[in-house]
Write a protein that binds this ligand. Structure first.
Ligand code: XIL
Length: 380
């Protein structure tokens, strides 16, 4: 692909004229109603993750006026990027540190945003606080693990009662390698992961009876994800069989163009039918859907910014169109509004070292074609 070509919003390779069109779409976004306003006309809600920062810091936080301007224009809902995780909340077995999330919640409420909670249990040793991985569970390990888990969930839910309307109760419990449930310090102490996950949801239901309870994971449709999808389906079916209170599947949606392609349209076509079959099974079991962490990994797209942005936009549109064809999907959240603070920059660097461009706004807070694509998808 040479520099004069771009991928247009339908996914075709077109001439340089579309570069101007793409730029216009990006610019026009600022003049039209925000994403949440558009989503709301369809009974849906749109939002983003928020981080904590001191006032005025250059960060993806409402305490940063430049970021707040974007977030409040586009978002009616929010979720903390890290501040509610055990690693942030639980410096030690006995202590809780709520200061950062309290500040995020206060600022979000002032801006009129409703809050989701992420996450009561990221069931993955890698993301446990070190003290929990190293914990001595003593002579009655199952009881001690249950005590730690239920106390955590009750404490968080009680503190934020009525202020968090939906929780990612459990995050990433299925091992993508084989579809089994991950083994963690808690599951080893309790004699199996199922007992841990069931207890987490049952405790959350008791402690936050009005909140939506979500199982959140990153299973995807590409070849190689079959076992992950199957594992999630087995888990969701098991919840139903055992009467565990789970309301929705959170589909993280860190989607990606991983390899060079000359047609985004063809790539979008690979979404069906495996992905639809998966989603149909999920809603068939009575679960709602939530898009919890949307962004686009752009590793397979060329360096050229106009081409890349057009590809990201076309792929985002194809994906969101499919997801939004499900009436069971109400909330759509992206994992950050601008490339400037996106986790992708550190976690999913491009092989060419260029900064990733998978968020709706660029690093200078300008709307990109993906913003217009999201707008169009939410408006449809
Ligand atoms: C990520 C954050 O964005 C990073 O800042 C942090 O260092 C690691 O976690 N799936 C999830 C999110 O459920 O919690 C992750 O967030 C991204 C992948």
């Amino acid at each position: 692909m040479n520099e004069g070509t771009v991928i247009d919003r339908r996914g075709a390779i077109v001439g340089a004229g579309a570069v101007a069109a793409g730029a216009m779409l990006g610019g026009a976004a600022a003049a039209t109603p925000g994403l949440h306003a558009i989503a709301a006309t369809k009974g849906r809600a749109f939002g983003t993750c928020l981080s904590w920062s001191p006032k005025g810091a250059d960060a993806g936080s409402l305490a940063n006026p430049r970021y707040a301007a974007l977030a409040t224009r586009d978002c009616g809902i929010a979720v903390p990027e890290n501040a509610l995780k055990w690693q942030a909340l639980r410096p030690s077995p006995a202590a809780y540190d709520f200061a950062r999330f309290d500040a995020i919640l206060r600022d979000a409420e002032r801006a009129g945003m409703r809050m989701r909670g992420h996450t009561l249990l990221w069931h993955y040793d890698r993301w446990f606080p070190k003290w929990l991985v190293d914990h001595d569970f003593g002579k009655a390990p199952a009881r001690e693990a249950a005590r730690i888990l239920t106390q955590h969930i009750r404490t968080v839910c009680a503190r934020y009662a009525g202020r968090i309307y939906s929780y990612d109760v459990v995050n990433e419990a299925v091992d993508p390698a084989d579809g089994s449930l991950r083994s963690t310090a808690l599951s080893r102490a309790m004699g199996g992961a199922e007992a841990v996950l069931d207890l987490a949801f049952r405790t959350a239901r008791e402690a936050a009876p009005k909140a939506e309870l979500v199982y959140n994971d990153y299973m995807s449709w590409e070849a190689g994800n079959e076992k992950h999808r199957d594992g999630v389906l087995r888990l969701l079916a098991g919840f139903r069989t055992r009467g565990v209170p789970v309301d929705a599947l959170g589909v993280q949606s860190h989607i990606g163009v991983f390899a060079p392609t000359d047609s985004i349209e063809r790539l979008v076509a690979t979404l069906s039918p495996d992905w639809r079959a998966f989603l149909d099974r999920v809603v068939g079991m009575g679960y709602r859907l939530v898009v919890t962490e949307f962004d686009v990994r752009d590793r397979g797209l060329p360096a050229d910014i106009a081409v890349r942005d057009a590809g990201v936009a076309a792929f985002a549109k194809g994906y969101l169109d499919l997801m939004l064809s499900y009436p069971q999907l109400r909330d759509v959240l992206c994992w950050g509004m601008t490339d400037r603070y996106s986790w992708l920059r550190g976690f999913e660097p491009r092989p060419d070292g260029l900064p990733t461009r998978g968020a709706p706004y660029d690093a200078s807070f300008r709307a990109k074609p993906i913003h217009a694509a999201m707008h169009a998808a939410l408006a449809r």
